[in-house]
Design a protein around this ligand. Structure first.
Ligand code: PEP
Ligand code: MG
Length: 840
């Protein structure tokens, strides 16, 4: 027979645990152990509540026997994790006609009626499940309203309001237990990560009336500001109130501290205020957390009803954790564990104020976090014009291409109709730290008429103000209030602790000096991927690049490449200078050449002028060079094999920059990476040419240098043949964007259109371009790692796809034995913290 008690009076020694009675019960026991003035409280275990839901009522008389005879009671939920929610509290159980008469004498008829009325209301709606409309809003809560309410109850329930406290309590317990088992409650908590069999405990506590003679009332108090996390005694207190009334009735609430709204609690009841502060400080120290204290004052005497974690913004979470550690209350490791790594994103970008009103006009994939407001523009040129007028703008494009990059630089935010997490707009947006939403396919983009039509029919024309919330993926009309980004001293401290704790290195993907500087500011340990093609998106260079692509002969191509060489050399020297000897991994030219061809008539005309060719010739060549499947066409190392002059030029630029940078600063050992390899012969061919360029530069300059050559593993075949590829290389970096695309046979640029349908229907648990598919793509990574390491144990292994900044993917890479992950510069802090949490 089960001998565990169904209900337990909470004392210092009663067996109460989070896993059996819930977090609130455990916290109350801690408060009892601290000898705080907590009213008598009985805890019902998960098992007991489950049995109640099944129809087996506990012995309510045993509960009542533990509590003061005649006390009014309240029942509150106690789930294992407070975030999983639970049914709302029910107050004033035990009120009946007899108690009403007694309390009318002691508290006065108005206060007694208010107590009774509140109970009848919540009992009618939540316990007897009567029509809420009948029991809502009561104008004045006096005795007349009470008798009306009791009559209404009798009419609706077809029986008088129950008078027996035991019967009332049993009914409340039953309704709360059943509410927890209901389908909508299950779905709600499952969404917050609760397991299927999550239990609910219930707390039955004696009420201390916050109504009556002398200073009476209820409120909450905490020692820190919820927005900033800085020390500040804040809270609310309302005289003659109970429950969490003080939080709801804004106009009447008396603030704890004196301000223009009226007298402070300190003035009304100075001793009680001092006592409360002392209790809160004790709770902070002993419960090792910033707690919000829920209290009642009864004729000047303080009672502590409950303590909950202080609600907090992401910024406050960092400061609270750091201060607890600095005060010696928790170790630094624990402070690191208490901050959600993802939430750092919010600190490093401007955000829509969480309290602002949001007029949502559409949504897409949240591709780059942060929020930006500006005038709607539809072309890169308009974006640049807008910037030169000093007007922030949002660039809306069906999708972006290299021609749009200058417009993206000029815009405050980007919105595209097409694309997914690794589309051009998303990658560039993240690199620039530019808020970006892609794949907003339900918004109609009409670039000819220069307007955007929302699914609800509203039309937004060029020049109108919209906001891109790249954190949530929502497009908003107008300009909501924003909160600014800041890396404050608390974050700097937390990050230093993270760096000391983690055991995997973090580099950044950086293509420009600005990216590299951001990477350094966020303490990246080097550049893990410099996509050199992004260096050619600059308008001046784009035309030279196009001339190179159009060159008919090797010598013609060499002549144009000679013009590109000094530009590239300067790029690399800048990167080396900024990174001051930290490793810089430069990837040779990767994209399909056709991406660089002009698609617009204006672009084709410009190129025809530069080449001295008729426009018709240019149009014809563009058509000829088009590919059916460019991502699987002439790109990556295939260019290196078939048009080797490009890689020759890049290798020369890297080596010359190496010598120049090493002369002026820290010695540089460049890393050169070959993209899209699928066969070892490709590596052999490219390696031979790069070695030859190195030898030529060394002899021309009469100076020596070393370099490391590596391969990007981003085709399934390269992962499978990693052993023979590793033999030729110093490092392998897994490009999980292309690897995901090729493993699934899923276009990274088109998948955004149907990804949400796939995720909603559970085909994929998440967008695999966003969260690494550890089962499929992950298995290829593991094979690549094992085979690569077997062939060359000292080989450096890393990941540089967009997954590199995701905490889940970092966990996988760490387990798999990677040396570092590389991610967008703005994700570096998230990655540093996530890596530390994995190592603790
Ligand atoms: C990759 O494919 O994972 C990668 C990093 O390269 P890119 O995104 O430039 O194709
Ligand atoms: Mg790639």
């Amino acid at each position: 027979m089960d001998t565990t008690p169904k209900s337990t009076l909470i004392t210092a020694t009663a067996p109460i645990a989070n896993q059996t009675h819930g977090g609130r019960a455990k916290c109350l026991q801690r408060l009892v152990r601290l000898e705080l003035p907590v009213p008598q409280t009985v805890a019902l275990s998960f098992d007991a509540v489950h049995e109640i839901a099944e129809g087996y009522m506990v012995d309510v008389n045993a509960i009542l026997a533990d509590l003061r005879p005649g006390a009014l009671l309240c029942v509150r939920p106690s789930s294992e994790d407070p975030d999983w929610g639970g049914p709302g509290a029910v107050l004033n159980i035990g009120m009946n006609d007899a108690r009403y008469v007694e309390l009318s004498d002691t508290l006065g008829p108005a206060a007694a009626a208010a107590l009774y009325l509140r109970f009848v209301q919540s009992y009618a709606v939540h316990v007897a499940r009567l029509d809420p409309d009948v029991f809502e809003d009561v104008e004045d809560g006096g005795p007349d309203a009470l008798s009306e309410m009791l009559q209404a109850y009798e009419a609706e329930a077809e029986e008088p309001f129950p008078q027996d406290p035991g019967e009332q309590l049993a009914a409340v317990l039953r309704s709360m237990a059943r509410a927890w088992e209901g389908t909508s409650a299950r779905l709600l908590r499952a969404a917050k990560g609760a397991p299927e069999d999550a239990g609910l405990g219930l707390i039955v506590q004696e009420m201390v009336p916050g109504l009556g003679q002398g200073e009476c009332g209820s409120g909450v108090l905490q020692l820190v500001n919820s927005q900033t996390g800085l020390p500040q005694i804040t809270g609310r207190y309302l005289s003659q109130s109970q429950g969490r009334d003080a939080l709801g009735v804004d106009a009447e609430a008396i603030y704890l501290e004196q301000d223009e709204r009226g007298p402070s609690l300190e003035e009304l009841a100075p001793e009680a205020f001092a006592e409360l502060k002392a209790h809160a400080a004790l709770m902070r120290r002993k419960l090792r957390a910033e707690m919000q204290v829920e209290f009642v004052i009864e004729n000047g005497r303080v009672h502590i009803l409950d303590g909950v974690r202080v609600p907090r913004s992401s910024r406050a979470a960092v400061r609270i954790a750091v201060r607890l550690a600095e005060d010696g209350i928790i170790p630094a490791e624990e402070a690191l564990m208490r901050v959600d790594a993802y939430s750092l994103n919010e600190l490093l970008h401007r955000q829509v104020d969480p309290n602002a009103k949001r007029d949502v006009i559409g949504s897409g994939i949240a591709a780059s976090p942060g929020a930006a407001t500006g005038r709607l523009v539809f072309t890169a040129t308009e974006a640049q014009a807008s910037k030169s007028r000093g007007e922030p703008c949002i660039l809306a494009r069906r999708e972006t291409s290299p021609e749009d990059v200058r417009g993206m630089h000029a815009a405050a935010g980007v919105l595209t109709e097409k694309g997914g997490m690794t589309s051009h707009a998303a990658v560039i947006g993240r690199g620039l730290g530019l808020p970006c939403i892609v794949g907003a396919s339900r918004l109609r983009f009409d670039s000819r008429r220069k307007q955007l039509t929302a699914p609800d029919g509203r039309v937004f024309k060029a020049g109108e103000i919209i906001t891109v919330d790249g954190t949530s993926g929502e497009v908003l009309a107008g300009e909501p209030a924003m909160v600014e980004a800041a890396e404050d001293d608390a974050l700097v401290t937390l990050m230093a602790w993270a760096d000391a704790a983690r055991d995997i290195a973090i580099r950044a993907n950086a293509d420009t000096p600005a990216d590299a500087q951001t990477a350094r500011n966020f303490n990246a340990e080097g550049i893990g991927l410099c996509r050199t093609e992004h260096m050619f998106f600059d308008p001046g260079r784009l035309t030279v690049m196009r001339e190179m692509i159009f060159a008919e002969t090797s010598s013609g191509r060499a002549a144009v490449l000679a013009r590109l060489l000094p530009m590239q050399r300067k790029d690399f020297r800048e990167l080396f200078r900024i990174m001051e000897g930290l490793p810089v991994c430069i990837r040779l030219f990767d994209p399909p050449l056709h991406e660089f061809l002009p698609t617009t008539t204006a672009g084709q005309r410009e190129l025809s002028e530069a080449l001295g060719l008729p426009v018709s010739d240019v149009t014809r060549r563009v058509a000829e060079m088009g590919e059916y499947n460019p991502m699987l066409g002439l790109r990556g190392v295939r260019l290196g094999v078939t048009v080797p002059e490009i890689y020759d030029m890049q290798a020369r630029a890297i080596f010359e920059a190496t010598l120049e940078a090493s002369r002026d600063g820290a010695p540089v050992v460049p890393e050169i990476m070959i993209p899209l390899v699928s066969a070892k012969r490709e590596v052999e061919l490219v390696k031979a040419r790069i070695d030859a360029v190195a030898a030529a530069v060394k002899s021309e300059r009469g100076a020596d240098f070393t370099y490391r050559l590596g391969v990007m593993v981003e085709t399934p075949r390269a992962a499978l043949r990693a052993d023979e590829i590793a033999a030729h290389t110093a490092f392998m970096s897994f490009g999980t964007n292309d690897l995901t695309q090729m493993t699934y046979g899923l276009s990274r640029d088109d998948a955004g259109r149907f990804m949400s349908a796939y995720v909603q229907q559970g085909v994929f648990p998440e967008d695999p371009f966003h969260v690494l598919d550890v089962d499929g793509v992950g298995e290829l990574l593991q094979l690549g790692v094992q085979r690569g390491r077997m062939a060359k144990p000292e080989i450096t292994l890393s990941i540089c796809g967009e997954h590199g900044g995701n905490p889940e993917s970092i966990a996988f890479c760490r387990e798999a034995g990677f040396d570092y992950v590389s991610c967008s510069p703005f994700r570096v802090p998230v990655a540093r913290l996530a890596a530390a949490q994995l190592a603790i």
